[in-house]
Write a protein that binds this ligand. Structure first.
Ligand code: FAD
Ligand code: FES
Length: 314
């Protein structure tokens, strides 16, 4: 069913212009879209994603595959893999550059590490709905957990360009210093300063569960502390969040308790990415009587109003 779906959906070809290892498990891939392919990416919204075919891409030498994924590295990968964008820019010749941050977790992302300048990739996208910016908001709090950072980096650049009066504050959390998908410099004990975000000169904080960098504790505690200290009018605040589901659930809870609007970017395994296979269901509330319905992460999301999601507690 997915293979049929794929043939109906238009794939475009992108050229790799750079692929850099950031840290042991993280890489940054920059792709160039030209001509027709560029048109589809010219209106991309932060929070949207693309399905990338990695099945034809080679594996690295056995000796450099880390032990924790050595047993699955050679698995065949039939399906495309979903990735969001951390930056999208158009150059003067209407060519589009798309930057993707990736974490090596399995056979697909391992193959990404071998991509080099000039390689071609088949891509379907942009897909999904993306984040939206409601009118009347003066504060945007961006709450990222681990690999949830990329779409929020894209959103941050978008807000700076399109809502310059908005006060944007970034909170990035991870288990440990090593688990941030960007290099981190902390400028004080309170967790001030995240280099992946500060290139935009944005107020930003980091939190680690083990205290190896920034605030020790959950990133949501960092957000609570900021709200207590700054006391914004909560009707003027919007929270955007992306990361592990438990963190999204906690973010939704703190937003709900204070009546703050909150959009969460959900993650599900995605077989087709275009609304056909039903593999990416997200349980959502339907009215106030406890009824629920399933929406599709790839098509109705990945961004949802936090109030409507029934979070999976693991
Ligand atoms: C909308 C969306 C945007 C994403 N954006 C990014 C991004 O910007 N950068 C990035 O590195 N990754 C991103 N991901 C996750 C990425 O798609 C997976 O890490 C990737 O597909 C793993 O492929 P693999 O073959 O290397 O590993 P696999 O063998 O497929 O998976 C490795 C491990 O990760 C888990 N996993 C894989 N995909 C998902 C998923 N979608 N949800 C929950 N668990 C999963 C598997 O259960 C397994 O334990 C995104 C996912 C979604 C749905
Ligand atoms: S991934 Fe197939 S329906 Fe969402």
């Amino acid at each position: 069913m997915c293979i049929m779906a794929e043939s109906n959906e238009k794939a475009v070809i992108a050229t790799v212009i750079e692929n850099t290892a950031i840290k042991q498990r993280f890489g940054r891939l920059t792709l160039l879209f030209e001509a027709e392919a560029a048109k589809s990416f010219s209106q991309v919204k932060p929070g949207q994603f693309a399905q990338i075919r990695l099945s034809g891409v080679g594996l690295p030498r056995t000796g450099i595959i880390s032990n924790d994924i050595a047993d699955i590295a050679h698995k065949q990968i039939l399906l495309r893999r979903p990735f969001s964008f951390c930056d999208v820019t158009m150059d003067s010749r209407n060519k589009i550059r798309v930057m993707i941050l990736y974490c090596v977790l399995g056979p697909g992302t391992l193959r990404m590490t071998t991509l080099g300048k000039g390689d071609k990739l088949s891509i379907i996208g942009p897909l999904g709905n993306g984040f939206s910016v409601p009118v009347g908001k003066k504060y945007a709090l961006l709450v990222a957990g681990g690999m949830g950072a990329p779409p929020l980096m894209h959103l941050m650049g978008f807000l700076q360009a399109n809502s310059p009066k908005m006060r944007v504050v970034v909170f990035a959390g991870a288990k440990s210093f090593e688990d941030f998908p960007f290099t981190v410099q902390v400028s004080n004990k309170n967790g001030h300063g995240v280099s992946g975000f500060t290139r935009f000169g944005i107020e930003s904080y980091i939190a680690t569960d083990d205290g190896s960098a920034g605030f020790r504790g959950f990133v949501t505690d960092c957000v609570r502390r900021w709200l207590r200290k700054n006391k914004p009018d909560t009707s003027e605040v919007i929270i955007y969040s992306c990361g592990p589901e438990a963190m999204l659930a906690e973010t939704a809870k703190l937003a709900g308790e204070r009546g703050i609007d909150c959009q969460v970017s959900m993650e599900r395994m995605m077989a087709c990415g275009i609304g056909i296979c039903q593999s990416c269901a997200v349980e959502c509330k339907l009215g106030d009587q406890g009824e629920t319905e399933y929406k599709l992460c790839c098509k109705d999301g990945p961004v949802f109003d936090a109030r409507e999601v029934v979070f999976e507690r693991r």
